[in-house]
Design a binder for this molecule. Structure first.
Ligand code: PLP
Length: 435
């Protein structure tokens, strides 16, 4: 039954806050995608969250599938995280000296993860990836890196680079303010193309420090790569003396405790994490074998530091989070729940012959207005289809469902979503698809 568009929710208070925030911050926000430029309306100012729900300044309640862009795998305001953080905060916020909490979180990670022997905490995913790149360059004594069109790795200079024209090209800066000479150290190639990477290695023989890829690319839609392709990347890096970096800032501790590396059964040389390991507080991390990590200062010559790195409050949130994730059947239950959700949405869309696909891995999903069975490169995405997402986003907000405000963004199911909310969300999604 086509129920038609719903009336817009009231946004008076959010709109008022937005007018004010625009006088303080460029675009009124502290991170661009929050500005709602790709969807209808102005940003919602969020007042509180609990479980899988958030409430905005106007008192509207939403079932949230953004989860602060991924960290909140246990939902909002999880009592175990809150209690641990509150307990640790009683002793002070930061010392700039080692604490036992860093050891505790490191132990949780290293003992349960086959892919890192030594790690370093940072304060964001961007810092983790930027440092991993420097480490790869320091370790190999080479300068060039290869990245893929459609992968996002944070906003450091070397990585704000997009493909130029031609299959294998020096990148072009994707942000003003990035020197051309920096971009020339980054080679950008399409995903899922063995020929392109062979050509890149041939063209830049003995110059490539590392190939960096998102464990499962999830920043430009969800562009799932075939296992054979990822295995091919592993081999070509080894054959050429280059390091393979898995940026697992989204996929780490999301698709499983050991992330995409375990999902594919591939050992990257360096892994970066973020988001979930901070349980909602600012934490990033990179790790590798002891041999590679020995190059980081003060042991080695690759400098990397941080005033608030390993911050005790952030470590506490990470410890509380990973302790839950490490319990048996956590991922089995979460992934089964999420898969049930996406499968029934797909069944609905398929039964009605809608041009609509839900791509998903574990508890990550992406709505694509397409009839393609697979989307494996950035070029496979039809930019025009984003108009459809805009409508869906508005209709879902008006039905109490919150998705990230861009059709290129993935959604996340958390442990806090129950059958009740998933049923409600499904009904709203069906209605939005029927429009
Ligand atoms: N790498 C990936 C794969 C990401 O998804 C992100 C952020 O979304 C980053 C790096 C950057 O992390 P942060 O935003 O914490 O700096």
């Amino acid at each position: 039954v086509n129920t038609g568009s719903k009336p817009d929710i009231s946004r008076a208070k959010s709109a008022e806050l937005y007018e004010k925030s625009k006088t303080y911050f460029p675009g009124g926000v502290n991170s661009p995608v929050r500005a709602f430029k790709s969807v209808y309306g102005t940003p919602l100012f969020i007042e509180k969250g609990d479980g899988c729900y958030i409430w905005d300044a106007d008192g509207n309640q939403f079932i949230d599938f953004c989860g602060s862009w991924g960290p909140l795998i246990l939902g909002h305001n999880n009592p175990k995280i809150r209690e641990k953080v509150t307990e640790v905060m009683q002793n002070g916020m930061s010392f700039g000296a080692p604490t036992a909490l860093e050891n505790e979180l490191a132990e949780l990670i290293i003992k349960n993860n086959r892919f890192v022997e030594k790690i370093r905490f940072t304060s964001s995913g961007t810092e983790a990836v930027m440092s991993a790149i420097r480490l790869a360059r320091g370790f190999t004594g080479r300068d060039k890196i290869i990245k893929f069109e459609g992968c996002y790795h944070g906003h450091s200079d070397s990585l704000l680079v997009k493909a130029g024209s031609g299959l294998v090209t020096f990148g072009e800066t994707s942000s003003a303010g990035v020197p051309k000479s920096f971009a020339e150290e980054t080679i950008v190639i399409p995903l899922n193309d063995t020929n392109a990477i062979e050509q890149a290695f041939a063209q830049f023989k003995d110059q490539v420090a590392a190939v960096i890829i998102e464990g499962i690319p999830a920043n430009n839609g969800l562009i799932i790569q075939d296992e054979e392709y990822v295995k091919f990347l592993r081999k070509i890096c080894t054959d050429n003396g280059s390091l393979l970096i898995f940026d697992e800032v989204i996929t780490g501790f999301r698709v499983g405790f050991e992330g995409a590396a375990a999902h594919y059964g591939i050992k990257p040389d360096i892994v970066t994490y973020g988001k979930i390991i901070g349980g909602g507080l600012p934490v990033g991390m990179y790790g590798a074998s002891a041999e590679i990590m020995a190059h980081i200062s003060p042991d080695g010559g690759v400098y990397q530091a941080g005033t608030l790195s390993g911050n005790p409050v952030a470590m506490a949130a990470g410890i509380a989070t990973l302790t839950e994730l490490n319990k048996s059947s956590f991922y089995k239950d979460l992934n089964a729940k999420a898969q049930g959700f996406v499968e029934s949405i797909q069944r609905f869309a398929t039964a009605r012959n809608y041009r609509f696909k839900v791509f998903s891995v574990g508890s990550i999903f992406w709505f694509a207005f397409t009839d393609k069975e697979k989307i494996q490169t950035a070029d496979d995405i039809d930019a025009g289809s984003m108009e459809k997402f805009k409508v869906m986003h508005r209709e879902l907000l008006n039905r109490g469902i919150y998705l990230g405000p861009s059709g290129y963004e993935v959604g996340f199911v958390s442990a806090a979503h129950t059958k009740v909310e998933l049923e409600k969300a499904k009904r709203a999604i069906f209605e939005a698809l029927d429009l």
